[in-house]
Design a protein around this ligand. Structure first.
Ligand code: ZN
Length: 374
């Protein structure tokens, strides 16, 4: 919005406000629990703006209760303000604009970036692709220079940018622009944050299951996840990381662009890091099969557990790691009803290609602990 148009609008307001019935707005900050004439002014404004009915106001004029708070939040949300239900300077400024009686028909919006219709993929061309690219540029998944190399052409760069976006929004990462990606793009363009950017522990798995307690774990969300595509969890795959460095493993398994992840990492000191929500697929198994079964993919159906170790077959897995696994594996097996035959190593699902976990890993301990609960 240009300064000229807002200035002219203000002057229009000045000339007409005196003659109009526009409610005056209180100054300062008002929130739930406040009362008095200032609250009444605010309520009148909310009524005038259509976010509160006169009848609602009449139930408690001058009292900032839940109704006033809800109405204020609605107004804030509708005007892209922080919907905190607190009346402060920003909300006041926005309301003042809205209440200007001589406000002309809404000024034409500056050309805005919107999500094109779904149904685009590599090889697509045209205005829709250009629109998609503009959105990806705006969201920082593609540079303007990259877009300029093929505006309106859905090539590898656009596909890579779509994948980055899908990964960030925890969608199936297929590089295609379908309905789900469109819906997420609309949210992103309206300023919403991707779903799991908040570092909160996922609600699953539950704190205990069938009497088996969830072991302590640290939630360190990974960027590398995708949808399970409807597959149920029916396997647990154990790995060694080959690095022998827990901090390095934590970084590799979580950072955007590394292309790898696991649901859990067991540090050398036995700390269980939860990196990928169990509901989602992690990227740990690669080309593999479960007892010869390639579909659904092992990533789609399994939980992956990485164990920090150099993989030499000589460096012992630590006692703390075994203790952690003796809690985690039985707990997951019980929670997801996973049969013992589906608790295996990467080398079992990718024979000939993978050797982890190393030959000195003591499977007996894990199996005995699991056998005791499933
Ligand atoms: Zn592996």
């Amino acid at each position: 919005m240009s300064t000229i148009s807002s200035a002219s609008r203000t002057s229009v307001a000045r000339t007409t406000a005196a003659a109009s019935s526009a409610p005056t707005l209180p100054t300062g900050t008002l929130s739930k629990g406040a009362s008095g004439p200032a609250v009444k002014q605010l309520q009148s404004a909310l009524v005038k703006l259509g976010h509160m009915t006169q009848a609602q106001m009449n139930t408690g004029p001058g009292v900032f209760g839940p109704q006033t708070e809800a109405s204020l939040k609605k107004y804030q949300a509708a005007n892209k303000l922080t919907a905190d239900g607190v009346f402060g300077p920003k909300t006041r400024a926005e309301m003042l604009k809205d209440l200007t009686p001589a406000k002309p028909a809404p000024a034409p919006k500056p050309p805005s970036v919107t999500a094109p219709a779904a149904g685009l993929e590599r090889g697509s061309t045209g205005a829709g692709v250009k629109q998609l690219q503009s959105a990806l540029v705006k969201l920082g998944h593609m540079t303007q220079a990259q877009m300029n190399t093929g505006p309106g052409v859905y090539g590898p760069v656009t596909e890579a940018a779509v994948k980055k976006f899908q990964s960030q929004w925890k969608l199936g990462v297929d590089g295609e622009y379908g309905p789900k990606t469109k819906a997420a793009l609309e949210k992103a363009l309206s300023g919403q944050k991707p779903p799991s950017s908040t570092p909160t522990n996922p609600t699953n798995p539950p704190p205990s299951t069938g009497g088996v307690k969830k072991p302590d774990m640290k939630w360190v969300p990974s960027a590398n996840t995708s949808s399970r595509g409807g597959a149920d969890i029916d396997a647990i795959v154990l790995h060694h990381t080959a690095s022998n460095n827990t901090a390095g493993d934590l970084s590799t398994l979580t950072k955007d662009g590394s292309g790898v992840s696991a649901h859990y990492l067991i540090g050398k000191d036995g700390t269980i890091y939860h990196l990928v929500d169990d509901k989602m697929a992690a990227w740990h198994a690669g080309v593999s099969s479960l007892h010869g079964d390639k579909s659904p993919s092992v990533n789609a159906r399994s939980l992956g557990i990485e164990i920090t170790n150099d993989g030499s077959g000589k460096t012992p897995f630590t006692e703390a790691q075994y203790k952690a696994l003796e809690k985690l594996v039985p707990y997951l097996a019980k929670t997801y009803d996973i049969p013992m035959k589906n608790i295996l190593g990467h080398k079992d699902v990718a024979p000939g290609r993978k050797v982890d976990p190393a030959s000195n890993f003591d499977w007996g301990r894990i199996r005995r602990a699991t056998d005791a609960v499933i």
